[in-house]
Design a protein around this ligand. Structure first.
Ligand code: ADP
Length: 515
């Protein structure tokens, strides 16, 4: 197979692959969309070059020549737009600039397609194909120079003003554009003008340097995606090598074997890319959740601390009546308890995540434990104007094999939530002994904001919050239920939620086995 044909073919593939990779990874970024358009124009330039060099003269004349020069117009026009908006993603539409720029491109395209004033017929001299140029060819050359020139200038100005990663990005972009546009302009505009078409084919292959540098500079900005892009590029590179290898086969059998290898690598590559993508998305979600968590937790820690500080300073100054002081002390106590709960949840989370949460199992009396918790939290619930009911079974319940502190935390979280997410009505705590099933069930029921059906499943996930909860208590973090679920599971128990819907109350029940 002809070497020039092969190189041009690889150029098309490389441009299409890179365009596809860039498009897939940042669909909504405008600079990336323009970059995709540039790669498409470059691929079309390389394709028209193949047609020009290898197709019958009729096709070369009718299709290849117009396509060659239209691709050139498209490349510089999109490049100009790109240089204008990159690296921002907003288009500040300067009509005075764009309308004339696009009109000139359009007029030239019409000239290329419908007249011989810019490019004319195909000629063949000494076995090398060339083109007869029209009178307006210098205008075309000037146009390409000007658009490239303005694009370079815009990027250069931005480079001077930028720093850090952005500066590195500009350097890559400028380097890529300079190398390939210089080679392209010399071999495709200047030399042909002087009648030399020997190096006419060299322009497109040099664009690979530009697109690789472009893409690299963009992914440097989105570090998390770099792994996906690296996987995609690597897979595409192997695929390209195998494809070229298959196309160069000497026999049909060889072609089919190599084609089979190509298909196998393609399938493997798709799985590989999908897996990496999934992993990266999960990492992105967690990283986002974690940074949100840090900001919410710091806020959460500050709120009770500020309240405690306020009450203590009032008491210290001796202001207020005895009655006031009592209520301030009570509020200080509640704020302090919230802090302890939050810190406990955070400690537990980090231990759960590291797999080092230790359980101290012993025989515990669940009725007595719930009794203590209810009495401990009664003040907090009733202070909010809610009634608190505690329904215990008449019969005695066998001891449970459990970690008392952890189980205490589960019910403190549930009752605290019930109080937090209920504006009026009651909180009911009920203990049931399910003798036949050999388990106990603790139910915490409230008449509060309730839970939407869609939210129920995910409430027990880390950092997950329901819509209602998010609206009424902006400072929630979504840790309590996750911790409660993990602790219940460690006791071979189960935690469930039921709600008729928004503002219809919620019911959380925890089942724990009895030995
Ligand atoms: P937090 O309360 O800090 O947000 P949790 O993990 O304890 O974290 O709760 C997760 C979410 O579940 C809450 O944000 C809230 O939307 C919802 N939720 C929990 N308990 C109740 C309840 N009793 N009534 C209504 N919604 C609740």
């Amino acid at each position: 197979m002809n070497f020039i044909f092969l190189i041009l073919f690889i150029t098309i593939l490389a441009n299409l692959v890179l365009g596809w990779v860039v498009f897939r990874n940042q669909k909504h970024s405008l600079s990336n969309k323009l970059l995709v358009l540039i790669t498409l124009s470059l691929a079309s330039w390389a394709a028209s070059k193949i047609l020009f060099l290898f197709s019958p003269p009729l096709i070369a004349n009718a299709v290849a020549i117009p396509l060659l020069y239209i691709s050139g117009i498209s490349i510089v026009t999109v490049f100009l737009l790109f240089a204008h908006i990159f690296p921002k993603d907003k288009i500040s539409f300067h009509k005075k600039f764009y309308i004339p720029a696009l009109t000139i491109s359009l007029l030239l395209s019409v000239g290329v397609i419908f007249s011989d004033t810019i490019v004319g017929e195909l000629v063949e001299v000494g076995g090398i194909r060339g083109i007869v140029f029209g009178d307006l060819y210098p205008v075309y050359t000037l146009f390409i120079f000007t658009y490239f020139g303005i694009g370079h200038l815009l990027l250069w100005q931005k480079l001077k003003k930028s720093s850090g990663i952005l500066r590195a990005q500009f350097i890559y972009v400028l380097l890529g554009v300079s190398i390939s546009s210089l080679v392209g302009v010399i071999t495709n505009l200047i030399l042909p003008w002087l009648g030399n078409f020997v190096f006419f084919w060299i322009g497109p292959p040099f664009t690979i340097i530009m697109v690789v540098l472009f893409t690299y500079s963009i992914i440097r900005h989105h570090l998390l995606n770099a792994r996906v892009i690296a996987t995609e590029l690597f897979t595409a590179l192997i695929l390209m090598i195998v494809l070229v290898d298959a196309l160069l086969s000497d026999t049909t059998v060889e072609f089919f074997i190599r084609g089979g290898i190509f298909t196998a690598i393609l399938i493997f590559g798709i799985f590989l890319i999908r897996g990496t993508l999934r992993e990266i998305r999960e990492l992105e979600r967690l990283s986002h959740a974690k940074s949100e968590f840090v900001s919410i937790v710091s806020h959460q820690l500050r709120t009770p601390l500020t309240a405690i500080k306020g009450f203590i300073s009032m008491i210290r100054e001796g202001s207020g009546t005895e009655e006031n002081k009592k209520s301030w002390l009570e509020k200080t106590y509640i704020s302090n308890e919230r802090l302890i709960r939050l810190v406990n949840d955070i400690l537990n989370i980090s231990r759960i995540e590291r797999g080092t949460l230790q359980y101290n199992f012993k025989e515990i009396d669940i009725t007595k434990l719930i009794d203590e918790i209810v009495e401990e939290l009664r003040g907090q619930v009733e202070n909010k104007g809610l009634s608190m009911a505690w329904e215990k079974p008449s019969e005695s319940i066998p001891l449970l094999h459990a970690d008392e502190e952890k189980i205490r935390q589960v019910f403190i979280n549930l009752i605290d939530n019930a109080a937090k997410y209920t504006e009026k009505g009651s909180v009911i705590v009920r203990l049931i002994y399910l003798k036949d099933l050999q388990k106990v069930r603790v139910v915490v029921k409230d008449t509060g904001i309730g839970i939407k059906k869609e939210d129920m499943e995910k409430l027990f996930d880390l950092f997950s919050r329901g819509e209602g909860g998010e609206k009424t208590h902006t400072e929630g973090v979504g840790l309590g239920l996750y911790v409660a679920k993990k602790i219940a599971e460690a006791h071979k128990g189960k935690i469930r939620v039921e709600s008729e819907g928004p503002y219809k109350g919620s019911k959380f029940s925890v089942d724990l086995p009895v030995q």
